[in-house]
Design a protein around this ligand. Structure first.
Ligand code: NAP
Length: 303
């Protein structure tokens, strides 16, 4: 069994995976994909649930997405997850994207349906919501939220989820501020427009002052020596700080939160819960959450 397969393998899946027990019927597609932790979360869950299927990685290049989606039903797939950079192109490639995927601007979960068509959804926002509940014991509906990096894929999914759950207010910030007005206007089609605001560099301090929950959806913090995406001076003890980044180190934002005496959590819970929501969509049953968490934390066998 390989740890990463390709489109060439998918074209001849029965042959390429003939020695695999249980059969490989789920995967994460991405470019790159070798780093993905999804197999180590899903394989223990499949085993614990007694499901005769295993989860692998598919390295799919940008020009290969449409063919990949088309091949899934014939190859016996139950579904797939999608990571960078494919979420947007999978949205266009599946037969039935749902409202959540359209709002998020991408699909992270494909479900192969009994009739051989493909449905697509996004569990990123729902995973974020559950992660906030788990980390801070509060729901989005009770919070004034500031989303840093709202113009990126994760930021858009998070902002849409906050609005869908009717958060108290929503402030959108992004390095490229030009991306924000169209996003705000989309959000304003189903959430009160007077509760959405945009923050630039000069209004970030005021935005932080008016927020309960600060969410980092930028890539700033992936490297330990990155700056904090929100200056430390703008973080107060009363803030809840959620950094969607999940890396080994405490991110610069979370270190700033620690120094301010505020509560902070990293993106591991979001990764866990988006995966659990995918599992629930594929199998119409609750996911074995603690098994998945142990897998993510490297406490159970993985592919
Ligand atoms: P993306 O679509 O490429 O968006 C990247 C975002 O980061 C954009 O808003 C971009 O701003 C901003 N950014 C990048 N470099 C920056 C810099 N030097 N200064 C300020 N802003 C900068 O990527 P994505 O998929 O949304 O991922 C973003 C982050 O979310 C990643 O760190 C990823 O780990 C995390 N994430 C976590 C989960 C989870 O389950 N925990 C899921 C998905 C993503 P511009 O628009 O100006 O370029």
């Amino acid at each position: 069994m390989k740890s990463v397969y390709t489109l060439a393998d998918l074209r001849d899946w029965a042959n390429a995976t003939r020695d695999c027990v249980p059969p490989l019927r789920l995967a994460v597609i991405g470019d790159p994909v070798a780093h993905s932790k999804s197999p180590q979360m899903h394989n223990p869950a499949l085993a614990a649930a007694g499901i005769d299927a295993a989860y692998t990685r598919l390295h799919i290049l940008p020009g290969e997405v449409e063919e990949c989606i088309r091949l899934l039903p014939g190859a016996g797939f139950i579904g797939i997850n999608c990571t960078i950079p494919h979420k947007g192109s999978v949205l266009a490639a599946v037969n039935q994207p749902d409202e959540t995927a359209r709002r998020a601007g991408g699909v992270n979960t494909v479900i192969v349906q009994p009739d051989g068509t493909t449905a697509g959804t996004s569990t990123d926002g729902g995973g974020f919501s559950r992660a906030v509940r788990e980390s801070f014991g509060v729901g989005l509906a009770e919070l004034r939220v500031l989303v840093l990096g709202a113009g990126g894929g994760a930021g858009r999914a998070v902002a849409m989820q906050c609005a869908a759950e009717n958060c108290v207010s929503l402030t959108l910030a992004n390095r490229t501020v030009e991306k924000l007005p169209s996003l705000a206007s989309e959000i304003g089609s189903f959430y009160p427009a007077d509760r959405v605001s945009l923050a630039g560099d000069d209004s970030l301090a005021a935005a932080a002052l008016g927020a309960d929950l600060v969410v980092n959806c930028t890539a700033v913090g992936m490297k330990a020596d990155d700056p904090s995406p929100l200056p430390a001076s703008m973080i107060a003890a009363r803030h809840l700080v959620y950094d969607t980044i999940y890396v080994g180190h405490r991110t610069p934002l979370l270190r700033a939160a620690d120094e301010a005496g505020s509560r902070g959590a990293n993106g591991l819970a979001m990764l866990l819960h988006q995966g659990a929501l995918s599992f629930e969509r594929w199998f119409s049953r609750p996911a074995p959450l603690e098994v998945m968490r142990a897998g993510l934390l490297g406490q159970s066998p993985s592919l």
